[in-house]
Design a protein around this ligand. Structure first.
Ligand code: NDP
Length: 296
């Protein structure tokens, strides 16, 4: 009888260190997909439910790491990885580190793992725990580092969320992760300012919400255009609303904030950058020149 490669992949055993909100969701997804799973968590009580569902619970990190070649880490931060794995034998292991980190820390952790005889893959999770193990939720994880490790374990890694390998540089998963998160926080800042403007007026937040959400979705087309302008070097390419016009609108935005009793502290830094670009002759451009001003 022919072997089913998917079934074979689904049986790959692995170890997971860390059963916080994210680690627990990952553990559930691997168990649901039929992977023999060994878990370790600093606070042992958090492993009890998983043990009842078939996970093997290791008493120490060393025992957990020794149990399987593939070891996934989902602890709080890079310091906790250092603390947990300090002195543990990683020879011959495939270490997948899903801790959110900086590119520099990820690169250092990769070198650290390789010095200890392990192959290393870094990961950046683009999801919150309820999205894990739910294929329709759109969750995925950026991976970077050892291509051989990724190719060998891609099937296992894909059980909790889709995978996106972004290169051999171990820092690239973190770089992509934090680039997306940074864009998100800019959007959150705009959302906070918009809701602050209507507070105290007879406009319900739930009335504004679909309008604001729809507007942000429509404006997200600017992401692709910014990329096109950066790659062409022509920041005036296909400009619809030029910088000079947008800076002229500053008075209206700040005036409205003033009238509504709202601090402009989230808007001002961005307008300052737009004005700086205007001062050096970018009036006919899009907003893309701000990218260059941010580079130090
Ligand atoms: P939690 O705070 O829920 O859990 C933290 C985990 O780290 C726990 O297992 C905790 O153990 C363990 N831990 C903390 N410090 C140490 C230490 N010094 N030694 C050993 N273990 C330690 O965090 P999450 O599970 O939510 O996040 C885990 C990683 O996933 C983080 O890097 C986070 O950025 C990333 N992530 C999380 C997302 C989310 O929405 N939650 C989204 C995307 C990424 P104990 O139980 O003993 O406290």
């Amino acid at each position: 009888m022919a072997t089913n490669p998917v079934e074979n992949v689904s049986k790959t055993p692995l170890t997971l260190l860390g059963l916080g909100a994210m680690g627990a969701a990952l553990a559930e997804a691997w168990l649901a997909a039929g992977h023999p799973l060994t878990v370790w968590n600093r606070t042992a009580a958090r492993a009890e439910g998983l043990a009842a569902r078939g996970a093997a619970v290791a008493a120490t990190v060393a025992e957990a790491v020794a149990a399987n070649r593939l070891v996934v880490v989902c602890l709080l931060d890079d310091d906790s990885v250092q603390e947990a794995l300090d002195g543990v034998d990683l020879t011959g292991k495939d270490l997948v580190n899903l801790v959110t980190s900086t590119p520099g820390k990820a690169r250092a952790r990769a070198a650290w793992a390789e010095r200890r005889g392990a192959r290393y893959l870094d990961g950046g999770i683009m999801a919150v725990p309820p999205m894990i193990g739910v294929p329709a939720a759109g969750a995925y994880v950026f991976y970077s580092g050892s291509a051989e490790l990724f190719e060998e374990h891609e099937g296992v890694l894909a059980a909790p969320a889709d995978t996106r390998y972004v290169g051999a540089d171990a820092g690239f998963a973190a770089l992509h992760d934090v680039a997306l998160l940074s864009g998100m926080y800019g959007m959150f800042a705009g959302i906070a300012h918009a809701f602050a403007l209507i507070r105290g007026e007879s406009v319900a937040p739930s009335e504004l919400a679909p309008l604001l959400g729809g507007w942000l979705a429509a404006m997200s087309g600017s992401v692709a255009k910014t990329a096109q302008q950066l790659e062409s070097g022509d920041y005036a390419l296909d400009v619809v609303s030029n910088l000079a016009m947008q800076v002229a609108g500053k008075g209206t935005l700040l005036g409205t904030a003033e009238e509504q009793g709202v601090s402009a502290e989230l808007l001002l830094p961005y307008f300052r950058l737009m004005e700086r670009r205007l001062e050096i002759g970018g009036g006919e451009e899009d907003l893309t020149g701000v990218v260059d001003l941010l580079r130090r």
